[in-house]
Write a protein that binds this ligand. Structure first.
Ligand SMILES: [Cu+2]
Length: 128
C-alpha cells in the first residue's frame, strides 16, 4: 500500500513538472520584434501582413504611419530574416532585404512608395 502511494505521488510529481515545463517553453517560444517596412496605404498593409504571416508567425501588424511592422513569431520555427525575405518578394523593402525592381514595379502605381529615401511628402497620391 505504501509503495502504491509512493508511485502515485511520483507520477503526480513528474506530470506536474512536465506540465510546468511545457507551459514555460510555450511562453518563451514567442519573440516579438519591430521591423521597418516601406509602404504607403491600406492596400500595402494587407499585402505586407499577408506576406509576413508565414509558418511560425503568430502576429503581423503593420502601421502605415510609422511604417513599422510588429511581428510575433516562434524563433525555433522561423527567423526574422525569412519573414523579411517573404515581404521583399511581394515588393516591399524591409530593414534587411530590398525588393527586386521587378517586384516593386509590379505593385499598383499608388503603392509604389518612395525608394529614394528622401521624405518628400505629397508628391504622389495615395490609394484610398
Ligand atoms: Cu499601397
Amino acid at each position: 500500500m505504501k509503495t502504491i502511494k509512493f508511485i502515485a505521488t511520483a507520477i503526480l510529481a513528474v506530470t506536474t513538472s512536465v506540465f510546468t515545463f511545457a507551459q514555460t517553453s510555450e511562453s518563451t517560444s514567442s519573440k516579438t520584434e519591430t521591423i521597418k517596412v516601406s509602404g504607403k496605404c491600406e492596400m500595402c498593409k494587407s499585402s505586407i501582413e499577408k506576406a509576413a504571416k508565414i509558418d511560425g508567425v503568430s502576429k503581423a501588424e503593420w502601421n502605415k504611419d510609422s511604417k513599422l511592422l510588429t511581428l510575433a513569431y516562434n524563433p525555433s520555427k522561423v527567423s526574422s530574416d525569412a519573414v523579411q525575405k517573404s515581404i521583399a518578394t511581394v515588393g516591399y523593402d524591409t530593414e534587411k532585404f530590398k525588393a527586386t525592381d521587378a517586384a516593386y514595379k509590379s505593385l499598383p502605381s499608388c503603392c509604389q512608395y518612395d525608394r529614394t529615401g528622401s521624405a518628400s511628402k505629397g508628391t504622389s497620391e495615395s490609394c484610398q
